[in-house]
Design a protein around this ligand. Structure first.
Ligand code: ADP
Length: 500
C-alpha cells in the first residue's frame, strides 16, 4: 500500500472538478453515440482504440511524484485524429480507466485520486487534440493543411496535459507555484513527448491507409518505453548515489567532530588516572585494582578514538603522507622490540628476517610502522603459546615486500574475504588488551593503498596466516620537504596509535 497522502482542499476540489467535467463529457458522448447508430466499422475502431489505450496505460512511467508520462499519449493522439472529439473522449476515458485499474491491481496501490485525475486528464487532453485537429483542418492552408493540423493537435495534447498537471502540483502546495511549474514541466521530458507524439501521428496516418499496419506501432512504443525506463533507472541510481555520498560525508564529519570532542575529556581522565597510579604506596589493594582498570580502559578508549578519527580521515581523503626515505627493516625491528616482551609472556617467539639488500624506500614512516604494528599485534593475538611470528622484508627493483606470518589459529575461508572490512571481527579473544573493534586491518589497508601499494592475506585454519604488504618504489623528486610542509599545514601533528 502506498503511504497515505493528504491533499490540501484546493487540490482536492481541482481534481474533483477535472474528474467531474471529463466524466460529464464521456457520459454525454456515450449518450449521443449510442442514441445515434454506430456502424460495425465505427464500433471496431472505437473498441480497437480503447484496447490500445488501455494496454499502453497499464504501464505508466513515473516521472516524479504524481507526474506520469504514459506511453498511452501516442494511442490517445491517434484516436483523437482518427475518431473525432466524442468518440476519442470515450476511448480515452474507458481505455485509461481500464488500464489504470489494471495498474493499481498489479502494483497493489489503491490511489483513487490518481485514477480520477489521470483519467480526467487523458479525456480532456484527447478531446482537446481532436477539437484542435478538426478546427485547424478547416483553415484553408493548402498542402500544409494536413501536417499543420497534425502538429498543432499533437502539441495541444502536450500542452493540456502539462497545464492540468501543473495546476494539480501548484494547488497541492508542492512547488513554487503555477507560473514556475508550468514552464518547467513543459520543458521537461520534451524528447520523450516528441517521440510519443510522432508515434501517434504516424499511427493515425498508417491506420488511415492500412489498418493492418497499426500493430507495427507497438515496436516504436515499446522502444520509447524502454528508453524512458532506462533513463528513470539511471536518474534514480544517480540520486541514490548522491544521497549515499552525502550521508557518508555527514558520517565522516560526525565521527571527526565527536571523536575530537571525546579526546579532550579523556586526556584529563587519563592524566589523573596516571597521577593516582603513581601513589601506589598510599593505596589499598582494591583501590589500586580500580585505578588499574580505569587506566587500562582509558587507554583502550583513547586507541579506539584515534582509530575512528583515522578512519574518517582516510575516508575523507584528508590523510597526507609524509614521505621520506625510510629503512623499513629498522622500523620493523623497532616494532618487534616493542612487542617482544608481551609476546614472550604469551609464549610466542617473534623474529625478523631481512632477505638480501633492502634499500630505503619513500614512505610515511609513522604510518608504515602503524601497519606493521597492527599486523604483528594481530599475529601475536591469534597465535597460541609456543607459536612463531615472523616478519620478513625483501625488496626488488619495483617494490618492497613485507610479510607477517604466524603459526596461529588461521582464518576460515568464509571469513577471509571480509577480513579487511571495517568493524569486522571473526573471533573474540577474551582478556586481550587490544580491542579496536575490527578497525585495525581496514585502516592498515587504507594506509597501504594510499602509498599505492596492496595488502593481501593467505591463511589455513590451525596452521597460521600470512599477511603480505607490497609497497611500490616510487620515483620521488625531492618530495620530502614539500610533503612535510603540506602535511604540516593540513594537519597538526598528532600521535598515532602504536604498538605496545
Ligand atoms: P581487531 O581490532 O579486532 O584485531 P582487525 O581489523 O585488526 O581488528 O582484525 C579483524 C579480524 O581479523 C580480527 O578480529 C580477527 O578475527 C582477524 N585476524 C586478523 N589478523 C589475524 C591473524 N593473524 N590470525 C587470525 N585472525 C586474524
Amino acid at each position: 500500500m502506498a503511504a497515505e497522502r493528504v491533499l490540501p482542499a484546493p487540490a482536492r476540489y481541482y481534481i474533483a472538478a477535472v474528474a467531474a467535467i471529463s466524466g460529464a463529457i464521456v457520459a454525454s458522448s456515450l449518450w449521443s453515440l449510442f442514441s445515434g447508430s454506430l456502424s460495425r466499422h465505427e464500433i471496431a475502431w472505437l473498441v480497437g482504440s480503447t484496447i490500445f489505450i488501455a494496454a499502453a496505460t497499464a504501464r505508466p512511467i513515473e516521472l516524479g511524484p504524481h507526474v506520469r508520462l504514459s506511453v498511452a499519449t501516442a494511442p490517445q493522439l491517434m484516436a483523437a485524429i482518427l475518431l473525432g472529439p466524442m468518440r476519442s473522449a470515450v476511448a480515452a476515458g474507458v481505455g485509461v480507466t481500464i488500464g489504470f485499474i489494471y495498474h493499481i491491481y498489479i502494483h497493489r496501490r489503491s490511489d483513487i485520486t490518481d485514477l480520477l485525475f489521470n483519467t480526467g486528464q487523458s479525456i480532456l487532453s484527447t478531446l482537446s487534440a481532436a477539437v484542435v485537429y478538426n478546427l485547424v483542418s478547416l483553415v484553408p492552408l493548402g498542402t500544409l493543411g494536413q501536417p499543420v493540423s497534425l502538429l498543432v493537435s499533437a502539441e495541444s495534447i502536450h500542452l493540456i496535459n502539462t497545464l492540468l498537471v501543473s495546476g494539480a502540483i501548484a494547488l497541492s502546495g508542492q512547488s513554487a507555484g503555477f507560473t514556475q511549474t508550468f514552464p518547467r514541466l513543459l520543458r521537461a521530458d520534451l524528447l520523450q513527448y516528441a517521440a510519443l507524439l510522432v508515434t501517434g501521428i504516424v499511427g493515425a496516418l498508417l491506420a488511415r491507409q492500412a489498418f493492418w499496419a497499426v500493430p507495427l506501432l507497438v515496436a516504436p512504443l515499446a522502444l520509447v518505453e524502454r528508453m524512458l525506463m532506462k533513463q528513470r533507472e539511471e536518474e534514480e541510481r544517480n540520486r541514490q548515489l548522491a544521497v549515499m555520498e552525502q550521508v557518508n560525508h555527514l558520517k565522516n564529519d560526525f565521527i571527526a567532530a565527536v571523536t575530537h570532542d571525546l579526546r579532550t575529556p579523556l586526556m584529563v581522565v587519563k592524566g589523573f588516572g596516571e597521577l593516582l597510579a603513581e601513589r601506589e604506596d598510599e593505596l589499598l589493594e582494591d583501590e589500586r585494582q580500580a585505578i588499574d582498570a580505569i587506566n587500562l580502559n582509558t587507554e583502550r578508549l583513547a586507541e579506539l578514538i584515534e582509530m575512528l578519527l583515522q578512519m574518517s580521515e582516510l575516508d575523507a581523503g584528508m590523510v597526507v603522507l609524509r614521505r621520506a626515505s625510510v629503512d623499513v627493516p629498522v622500523v620493523a625491528r623497532r616494532v618487534l622490540d616493542e612487542v617482544r616482551y608481551h609476546a614472550e609472556q604469551k609464549g610466542v617467539a617473534v623474529k625478523l628476517d631481512v632477505r638480501g639488500a633492502v634499500p630505503p624506500i619513500a614512505v610515511d614512516a609513522a604510518r608504515i610502522e602503524q601497519v606493521i604494528a597492527n599486523l604483528v599485534n594481530n599475529a601475536i593475538k591469534f597465535t597460541p603459546a609456543s607459536g612463531h611470528v615472523t616478519v620478513t622484508v625483501e625488496s626488488d627493483d619495483a617494490a618492497l615486500v613485507l610479510q607477517v606470518a604466524d603459526t596461529g589459529l588461521g582464518i576460515s575461508p568464509e571469513t577471509l574475504p571480509h577480513i579487511f572490512d571495517r568493524f569486522y571481527r571473526a573471533r573474540h579473544v577474551d582478556g586481550d588488551r587490544r580491542q579496536t573493534g575490527g578497525l585495525g586491518l581496514s585502516i592498515a589497508k587504507g594506509i597501504v593503498e594510499l602509498h599505492g601499494g596492496a595488502i593481501a592475506v593467505e591463511s589455513q585454519v590451525d596452521e597460521g596466516s600470512t599477511f603480505t604488504v607490497r609497497l611500490p618504489r616510487l620515483v620521488v623528486h625531492d618530495t620530502e620537504d614539500t610533503d612535510h610542509a603540506l602535511a604540516g599545514m593540513l594537519r597538526p601533528a598528532r600521535p598515532l596509535p602504536n604498538a605496545r
